[in-house]
Design a protein around this ligand. Structure first.
Ligand SMILES: [Zn+2]
Ligand SMILES: [Zn+2]
Ligand SMILES: [Zn+2]
Length: 253
C-alpha cells in the first residue's frame, strides 16, 4: 500500500463508501484526511443545511489492536474524531470497549498491588529513616562535640559554619542539646562546634568588643545559658563578643 496512486484511489473509494453512502468512516481514513485536508473538522463534519445547522456526525469504525475486532464509535462527536487523530500522533493503540475496560482493570489491579506493597514497606522505611537520623546525630556528636577533634587549618570560617549547619540537618536536636549540657564546660570550649561558633560571633562583631570597641583580649560570652546546647541556632541572640576587661564585669557580678 505504498504506491501514492493506489492510496489515493483507495481513499476515494472509501470516501464514497463511508462519507457519501453510509456516514461511517474508518479511523484510518480520518488520519489520511487529517493529513491532506487542513481543516479536518470541516472536511468530515459537514454542517447540515440551514442556519446554525448541527454538525453532521459520523460513525467511526476502528479495529481493536488487541483483539482485532471491528467496532464503531456511533455518531462520533468532533472531540472523539480529534481524539482518533491525537491517538495516531501519540501512537496510542485503538481498543474496543471490552479491551479498554480489561486493560483499565488490569492497570487498577497493578496499582492496587503497588499501593499495598508500598504500605507494607512503610514501617521498614520509617525504621530506616530513624536509623539514618540516629547515625547523623551520632556522627555530629563524634565529630563536632569532640574536644579531641579540630578544624582543618585551611577551612574558612564561613565554610566551618556551613558545615555545622549542614551536618545538623536530620539530627535529633534535643539529643545534641542534652549531650552539650552534660559536657564538662572546658571540654565544650574545645569542641569544633564551640570554636566555630565563638569565632563567628567575633567575626560578626568585627573583632572588637561590642561594649568598648577594644581590639584585644576578645572572648565570646554567653548572655544567657537558657539555650545552652542550641548555640548553632541562637548565637546571634545569646552570644556576644567582649574584651577581657568588659567580660570580667559580667562574671564578677
Ligand atoms: Zn478488543
Ligand atoms: Zn562569659
Ligand atoms: Zn570591652
Amino acid at each position: 500500500m505504498n504506491d501514492p496512486k493506489q492510496i489515493k484511489a483507495s481513499i476515494l473509494e472509501r470516501e464514497k463508501r463511508y462519507i457519501g453512502l453510509t456516514e461511517n468512516i474508518s479511523r484510518e481514513l480520518i488520519i489520511v484526511l487529517a493529513q491532506t485536508t487542513p481543516k479536518i473538522v470541516g472536511g468530515i463534519f459537514k454542517k447540515s443545511s440551514g442556519k446554525g445547522g448541527q454538525f453532521h456526525k459520523h460513525d467511526v469504525e476502528i479495529i481493536c489492536s488487541i483483539c482485532n475486532k471491528h467496532s464503531t464509535i456511533e455518531k462520533a462527536t468532533i472531540a472523539e474524531v480529534q481524539l482518533c487523530i491525537q491517538n495516531e500522533r501519540d501512537q496510542t493503540p485503538d481498543m474496543c470497549t471490552e479491551c479498554s475496560i480489561k486493560i483499565q482493570k488490569e492497570y487498577e489491579t497493578r496499582m492496587k498491588l503497588k499501593e499495598q506493597q508500598w504500605e507494607k514497606e512503610q514501617p521498614k522505611r520509617e525504621q530506616e529513616h530513624l536509623l539514618h537520623i540516629e547515625k547523623r546525630t551520632d556522627d555530629f556528636i563524634k565529630i563536632y562535640l569532640n574536644p579531641k577533634m579540630s578544624w582543618n587549618k585551611g577551612t574558612k570560617q564561613y565554610h566551618r559554619l556551613q558545615e555545622l549547619y549542614r551536618s545538623s540537618v536530620s539530627t535529633k536536636q534535643e539529643q545534641i542539646t542534652e549531650y552539650i549540657k552534660n559536657m564538662e564546660y572546658n571540654d565544650f570550649l574545645n569542641t569544633p562546634y564551640w570554636i566555630a561558633i565563638a569565632m563567628q560571633v567575633k567575626y560578626k562583631a568585627g573583632f572588637a568588643c561590642s561594649l568598648c570597641n577594644s581590639l584585644t583580649g576578645l572572648a565570646t560570652h554567653h548572655k544567657t545559658y537558657d539555650r545552652h546546647g542550641k548555640e548553632l541556632s541562637y548565637w546571634k541572640e545569646d552570644l556576644i563578643c567582649l574584651c577581657n576587661v568588659c567580660h570580667k564585669k559580667f562574671h564578677n557580678k
